[in-house]
Design a protein around this ligand. Structure first.
Ligand code: HEM
Length: 456
C-alpha cells in the first residue's frame, strides 16, 4: 500500500542534529499553534528521523477515538516513557485484558460512589488552608499537587499519606521528570543500560513501590471491604476464580495515583492563574461562591448552584488542557483523512491544538467562561472540546475530577484571595501534563470573614 503524507514541516537530518546539539527546547504547544494556519488540522511533521502526524480536527478525533478505536494502539512511546513506572495499569494496557481491568475498576467511579467522596475533598481543602497566613507566599502548583494526592489516596485507597505527602510528591515529581525525559528523548535507550538517570528512576520507583505495597498489605490484613477501589480490585475474581496478582494490583494503584492527581492539580493551578489575571471574572465567581456557601463548607448538593465555577473550570481546561494530547498508532496500514497511514505511525491527537483552533473556538486565546454557559455550550462543535478524551478509553475519572475541581475551587475562593508574585515568567510546558515550567508563586490574603470561620 502506498503511503501518502499530509503537508507539514519537514526538517532535514543536519538541521535536526544541529538543533538537538544546540540544546534548544522544543515547544510543542507553540509549534502546534504555529503550524495550524499553514497546514490545517491534519499535518505531518518530519524532524530528521522522527516523523509524527498532528491532528486538531474534531471529526478526525471522533473517527479515531470513537468510531474506529479498535484499529489503534496507544503509542509505544508512551509505554516506553511511562512503562517502568505504571507497568500494565489501565492507562497503558490494551485489548481484552484492558477491558477486563476497566470493568473491574469502573464501579469505584460510579456517580453514587464518587458523591460520597465530596466531604473528603472539602475537608482536605479546608485543612490545607487552615495553616495558611495572610502575607505569606506559596508555590501554588506544589500545594495543589499535595492536596489532590492526599485526596486520591484517601478516597480510592482509604490511605492517609499526609505524613508522607511531601516525600511521595517528591518521588512522583522525579519519576515524572524522568518519564518526560524519556518521552522527549531523541534516542530510546534500553532500560538495562545503567545510566545515572535510569538508576535514579528505578530507585525512586522502588521507594514508591514500598508505599503502595503497604496499602495493599494493610488492607489484606484488615480483611475488610471498604467499598473503595482498592477493595474492589482486591476482591476481583476472573472467570476461573483467580485473583489479580500483586504486580497487576500495584500497576493499577500506581496508575490511579498518578493519573488521579496531577491532572486535577494542574487544572486548579491554571484556573487560579487565569483568575488572578482576570479580576472581573474572579469578582463574579466570588459573588457566586459567597451567595451559595456563605461561611459554611461546600457540599455535593451545592454543585448544582455553583454554575459559574463550573464554567470557569471548563474554560480553564480549554485553554490549558491538563492532558494536552493523546497518542495512538495504527495496528495496520489504514486510510485516514484521505491519506494512507502506515502501521505504527505516531499520531498525536492534540487536544491543546484543537482547543486553540479558531475554527472550533473563535478568539481562542481569550479566557471567556461564557463559552460554557448553558446557551453557548451547545454551539461548541461536537468533539471540539475533549479535555477527558473520548470513546472507550475516555478518562475513567472525569466525573471525579470535575467534582473535585469545583469543590476545591469554591472552598479556596471562600477562604482566601491570591495575587501573583511579580517578576515571574509563567510558561506553559507540555510534559505528560501541561505544567507551568517554573511553577506559580502566589501571595495569600485570607479573607476577613473567613479567617474566623477557619479558626473556629
Ligand atoms: C482534570 C483532570 C483530568 C484530566 C484532564 C484527565 C484526562 C484524561 C485523558 C485525556 C485520558 C484519555 C487518554 C487516552 O485516551 O489516551 C485519561 C485517561 C485516564 N484517566 Fe484521566 N484525567 C483527569 C483526571 C483523572 C482522575 C481524577 C483519575 C482517577 C482518579 C483519572 C484516571 C484516568 C485513567 C485510569 C485513565 C485511563 C483510562 C483507560 O484507558 O481505560 N483521570 N484521562
Amino acid at each position: 500500500m502506498a503511503i501518502s503524507y499530509p503537508p507539514g514541516v519537514r526538517t532535514g537530518m543536519v538541521q535536526t542534529i544541529r538543533t538537538i546539539m544546540s540544546g534548544a527546547e522544543f515547544d510543542m504547544l507553540q509549534f502546534v499553534k504555529d503550524v495550524q494556519p499553514q497546514f490545517g488540522n491534519f499535518h505531518y511533521t518530519q524532524f530528521g528521523w522522527v516523523g509524527f502526524y498532528i491532528i486538531t480536527d474534531p471529526e478526525l478525533m471522533h473517527e479515531i477515538l470513537v468510531d474506529r478505536p479498535e484499529e489503534f494502539y496507544k503509542l509505544k512511546l508512551i509505554k516506553y516513557a511511562l512503562g517502568p513506572f505504571l507497568g500494565n495499569g489501565l492507562l497503558t494496557n490494551e485489548g481484552d485484558f484492558w477491558k477486563r481491568q476497566r470493568k473491574l475498576a469502573q464501579p469505584a467511579f460510579h456517580s453514587r460512589r464518587i458523591e460520597s467522596y465530596a466531604n473528603v475533598m472539602v475537608d482536605y481543602a479546608r485543612a490545607m488552608m487552615a495553616d495558611w497566613h495572610t502575607g505569606e507566599t506559596r508555590r501554588l502548583d506544589r500545594e495543589m499537587m499535595k492536596l489532590t494526592l492526599n485526596i486520591v489516596a484517601k478516597t480510592l485507597f482509604d490511605a492517609d499519606v499526609s505524613g508522607d505527602a511531601d516525600h511521595v510528591g517528591e518521588l512522583l515529581t522525579h519519576i515524572l521528570e524522568a518519564s518526560n525525559d524519556r518521552l522527549n528523548s531523541a534516542i530510546q535507550l534500553p532500560d538495562w543500560l545503567p545510566t545515572p538517570k535510569t538508576r535514579q528512576m528505578h530507585k525512586d520507583i522502588a521507594e514508591l513501590d514500598v508505599i503502595i505495597q503497604r496499602f495493599i498489605d494493610e488492607r489484606r490484613q484488615a480483611g475488610d471491604d471498604k467499598g473503595d477501589l482498592l477493595s474492589m480490585l482486591l476482591q476481583a475474581r476472573d472467570d476461573d476464580g483467580g485473583m489479580m496478582d500483586d504486580k497487576q494490583l500495584r500497576d493499577e494503584l500506581m496508575t490511579i495515583f498518578l493519573a488521579g492527581h496531577e491532572t486535577t492539580a494542574m487544572n486548579l493551578t491554571w484556573t487560579w492563574y487565569l483568575l488572578m489575571e482576570h479580576p472581573e471574572i474572579m469578582t463574579r465567581l466570588k459573588a457566586e461562591v459567597d451567595s451559595v456557601l456563605g461561611d459554611r463548607p461546600a457540599t455535593m448538593a451545592d454543585l448544582a448552584q455553583l454554575k459559574y465555577a463550573e464554567m470557569v473550570i471548563k474554560e480553564s481546561m480549554r485553554l490549558y488542557p491538563p492532558a494536552p494530547s493523546v497518542g495512538r498508532e495504527p495496528i495496520q496500514y489504514l486510510e485516514l483523512g484521505g491519506y494512507t497511514i502506515p502501521k505504527g505511525a505516531l499520531l498525536t491527537l492534540s487536544i491543546y491544538g484543537m482547543h486553540h483552533n479558531p475554527a472550533v473556538f473563535p478568539d481562542p486565546e481569550v479566557f471567556d467562561p461564557e463559552r460554557f454557559s448553558p446557551e453557548n455550550e451547545k454551539n461548541i462543535p461536537r468533539y471540539g472540546y475533549l479535555p477527558f478524551g473520548a470513546g472507550p478509553r475516555v478518562c475513567i475519572g472525569n466525573s471525579f475530577a470535575m467534582m473535585e475541581a469545583r469543590l476545591i475551587l469554591a472552598t479556596m475562593v471562600q477562604q482566601a484571595d491570591f495575587t501573583l508574585v511579580q517578576g515571574q515568567k509563567i510558561i506553559p510546558k507540555q510534559l505528560v501534563t501541561v505544567r507551568p515550567a517554573n511553577g506559580i508563586v502566589v501571595k495569600v490574603t485570607l479573607r476577613e470573614t473567613q479567617q474566623t470561620a477557619v479558626l473556629a
